[in-house]
Ligand binder design. Structure first.
Ligand SMILES: Nc1nc2c(ncn2[C@@H]2O[C@H](COP(=O)(O)OP(=O)(O)OP(=O)(O)O)[C@@H](O)[C@H]2O)c(=O)[nH]1
Ligand SMILES: [Mg+2]
Length: 270
């Protein structure tokens, strides 16, 4: 079981991502080697999340913003098993299972990282017994690149100190149903390099110096639909949180949810 921490940019869609993962169960994976992909919610929390997701996502009710608790272990922790059926030689089929538990941390954490002192117990917990970090970044938040890059600089420096063997970071651009992101979905690294050059530089420097591992992904919990790949989301308000709800619930096909988690657990790309 790999322990993962999810730390996102403001309203990046982390909770929506986890709810989608729990609810959908059968997911599409880009790789042609994968014949099927099944997600099973494992703990009671995750089973409840899957039930709530039906209202949250299908009836176009939005999720509440997450909140920062005093102690680390109070944050919602969800556990899943992903079962993949993989094409083997000739007609053989291999089954592979990966299990992980993921903390749904509120978006304020990414900004707060800069303020935490190294001796803060909450900050220390961010580094103990963790197998990987899932970093969902709202693809429309490129104006915040510099602000987030400062947090990432501190975080990666501290990560190297506390975990010299290196701990993988899956940098994942969310909301890629939106057309300006959708066109770049197959080039996550290029997308990050162009849209988030400051964060990209920090992460690339970190991987080179300390052999930490970073990989880039694109994802959308809502996906696209129809012949013209229309975003399956409706933006409800531009102010405050980037509000969007699912548009066509009948043709709801999330995109790219499995790849970052599988990579964090196995070190292999799907
Ligand atoms: N267009 C689009 N919007 C999305 C997607 N996923 C989530 N959103 C919207 O983004 C907003 C924030 O989603 P949340 O899942 O609450 O984000 P969060 O990262 O958990 O935010 P906090 O709990 O505040 O940390 C909501 O309005 C969602 O509907 C997506 O795939 N596409
Ligand atoms: Mg949340």
């Amino acid at each position: 079981m790999t322990n993962i921490i999810g730390i996102g940019s403001r309203a990046a869609g982390l909770s929506t991502y986890l709810a989608t993962l729990a609810y959908h169960q059968k997911h599409q994976v880009k790789s042609k080697k994968v014949l099927s992909c099944q997600v099973t919610p494992m703990n009671e929390n995750t089973k409840q999340l899957s039930e709530q997701a039906e209202n949250i996502l299908k009836e176009q009710v939005m999720l509440q913003a997450g909140k920062l608790y005093h102690s680390f272990c109070e944050h919602p922790l969800y556990s899943f098993t992903i079962t993949l059926e993989i094409k083997g030689l000739f007609w053989a089929k291999n089954t592979e299972e990966v299990s992980f538990a993921i903390y749904d941390m509120p978006d304020s954490l990414l900004r707060d990282i800069r303020e935490f002192s190294s001796s803060h117990s909450f900050y220390n917990d961010l580094f103990s017994n963790i197998g990987g970090y899932f970093l969902p970044i709202d693809g429309t938040s490129h104006r915040k690149d510099e602000v987030y890059a400062k947090s990432l600089e501190k975080f990666t420096t501290d990560l190297t100190q506390r975990n010299p063997q290196g701990c993988p970071i899956a940098f994942t651009v969310t909301k890629c149903d939106l057309s300006e992101l959708w066109v770049n979905r197959d080039d996550p690294r290029g997308l990050v390099q162009r849209r988030f050059p400051k964060m990209y530089e920090i992460l690339e420097n970190w991987t080179q110096e300390d052999k930490g591992k970073v990989e880039y992904f694109t994802t959308s919990s809502f996906g696209v639909f129809g012949k013209y790949c229309e975003p399956n989301s409706i933006i409800q308000s531009e102010s405050g949180r980037a509000f969007a709800v699912i548009r066509n619930t009948k043709e709801w096909q999330p995109f790219g949810l499995i790849e970052p988690l599988y990579w964090l657990c196995t070190g292999k790309m799907l």
